[in-house]
Each structure stands twice: as C-alpha cells, then as structure tokens.
Design a protein around this ligand. Structure first.
Ligand code: ADP
Length: 298
C-alpha cells in the first residue's frame, strides 16, 4: 500500500507537485499517467524519500520509506535506469545489491534469468548496455529483494514491443499475487493493458483517479452512421456532448442511448461501440492538454 496525502514540492516559486493525494492498493497495477513535466518523477522521488516534500506526507507500507529497515526487501524501486555505475557489469550491480540486502548469491542468477539477460550480457559493463537492457537490469534490481511494493518510473522507456509485453506479464503476475505496483508513463498505450487503475497528473495536480473500467466508460461511445450530421444534431438535441474523432462521432451517451436515438431518427448505423482506449487517450489528452508543459520539461 502507498498513501500520499497533500504532497507538495516547490522549486522556488514554481510548484512541481501541487497538493497531491492518492492511494495505491495491493493486488493492483496503478498507472501514473501524465505528459512530460507533469510531476510524476518528483512524486515518486518524494515517495522514496529522495526528494524532501515542501508539504504533505507519503507512506509506503504504513510508514515513511526512509524508516523502513532493509527497504529493498520491501519496496522495489526503479526511478532511473541510468543511475548505476557505468563501469560495473550487470552481474556486479545485482551482486552488490544482493550483499547489501543480505540475499543469497543464487538470487542474482534467478533475476538475470527472469529479466532475460543472458550470461554474456550480464558480464558486459553498463556503459555498453542499450536502454532496454538497462531497464531490464533495473527491473531485476527492483525485484531482487522479493519486495511487496514496486515503484517504477517509465520502465517501458527503451523496451521493444516484446520487452513491453514481457514487462506487462511480469507486473500483472506480481499484482495478482497481492503485490502493489505504481507504474508511471507519459504514454497511455504503454500501460493501458497492464494497469487496472489510473491516476492522471497534469501540471502537478491530479486530474483523474479511478479504475480503468470507470474511466473507459467515461470515455463514451464512438459511432458512425449514414448521416453523421443529423445524428450529431439529434444527440446534441437530447443533451449529449458530441465530438468528431477520426471520422466517427464520439459522444458521452452510452451505446444503447445512441442506438435508440438513431432508431428514432431512422438513421442507419455503420458502427457503434464504446470509445475504449481511443476514447481514453482522447480524454487524457484533453484532461492534460491545458496542463502539458513539454516545452519546459526537464
Ligand atoms: P515528469 O516526471 O512528469 O516528467 P518531473 O517530476 O520530472 O515530471 O518534473 C516536474 C516539473 O518539476 C518539471 O517542470 C521539472 O522541470 C521541474 N523540476 C523537477 N526537478 C527539479 C529540480 N531539481 N529543480 C527545479 N525544477 C525541477
């Protein structure tokens, strides 16, 4: 369990994280979504005690991360896959972690096998690793101590599609066994399959927080018909919001309501479906559009 209450971080007069509160529950993968510069990393760094908050508190497993005895055995953290000594081999990095956490050497081989780094790769120095290999090693390091909580900042960055699929399976399995996962990304499609709960952040503030199913339903319905203009008018006339997306109408009406209105108007439907992930993506873009600050992102 991760609990964040009124967490705030200022840099001078600039508010990077602004009064943020949320919970991340066991047995779930929570996607922490937001454009670059939204405040995801700063939040995660505060949760892990690496950046002191200007206000509010973050608790992991009921207390402050910095008060956890042998934290690696309880919380696996991957904040920056490049934040390891470049001259060490992957195996050395994991071996050092195992010694610090008091783990048997065999755990290193188990983790290398789990993340798919073979014998040769594990003996290469980190400076010769691709970003994807660094991410795999970072995930191995986070899992080394068999923690109950995982905090991963943009772990899909640099992974190829097969790597992303592998990571999804791994995280889903971890959560299904009762683990708690907080997983950040600036791209919905990278995490939408694995996450069952989303927290959306824009300009340091939480703009949406809920189960995926609820957010999917809020994303509305997508419909195409033989007379989109007239259908759009009828939907608006019935009090629903209407938006044109990619050649189809998107509306906040439910599919059954759209079908009923089309029938009343004698308009033939070509396609009628829940807007699903395209709708969710659109919704996230709208929620964070006014808040995006890519131009000034670190
Ligand atoms: P995200 O992880 O969502 O991309 P960050 O948490 O890295 O966003 O950054 C949020 C904002 O805080 C950005 O505008 C960034 O430039 C600013 N920021 C982060 N760290 C510092 C710092 N040490 N000093 C000043 N500004 C910072």
């Amino acid at each position: 369990m991760i609990t964040v209450e009124h967490l705030t971080r200022r840099y001078g007069s600039y508010v990077a994280v602004d009064d943020v509160s949320f919970e991340v529950r066991p047995g779930s993968v929570t996607g922490f979504l937001g454009p670059n510069g939204a405040g995801k990393s700063t939040c995660m760094r505060m949760i892990c005690g690496l950046t002191p908050p200007s206000g509010g508190v973050a608790r992991v497993l009921g207390g402050s991360y910095t008060d956890l005895p042998n934290p690696g055995r309880q919380v696996g953290v991957l904040l920056d896959a490049a934040a390891q000594h470049n001259g060490r081999t992957g195996r050395e990095i994991l071996s050092l972690g195992a010694i610090l956490m008091g783990l048997p050497k065999s755990r290193v081989d188990e983790m290398l096998h789990l993340v798919g780094l073979n014998g040769d790769e594990s003996k290469r120095r980190l400076r010769d690793y691709s970003l994807g290999m660094r991410q795999r090693l970072g995930i191995a390091h986070a899992l080394l101590g068999d923690p109950k909580v995982l905090i991963l900042d943009e772990p899909a960055n640099g992974l190829d599609p097969a790597g992303i699929r592998w990571m999804r399976t791994l995280l889903r399995g971890f959560a299904d066994e009762g683990g708690t996962v907080l997983l950040s990304s600036h791209l919905l499609h990278e995490i939408e399959v694995v996450a069952d709960h989303f927290i959306v952040i824009g300009r340091g503030k939480i703009v949406a927080n809920g189960p995926k199913s609820q957010l999917m339903a809020a994303a509305g319905t997508s419909v195409r018909s033989t007379d989109d203009m007239r259908l759009a008018g009828a939907l608006q006339g019935a009090g629903f919001a209407v938006d044109g997306v990619g050649g189809a109408i998107r509306t906040d009406a439910e599919p059954a309501q759209v079908g009923r209105i089309a029938l009343d108007q004698q308009i033939a439907l070509i396609e009628l479906k829940a807007a699903g992930s395209a709708g969710l993506e659109e919704m996230f873009l709208q929620l964070t559009a006014a808040d995006a600050r890519e131009g000034v992102a670190a």
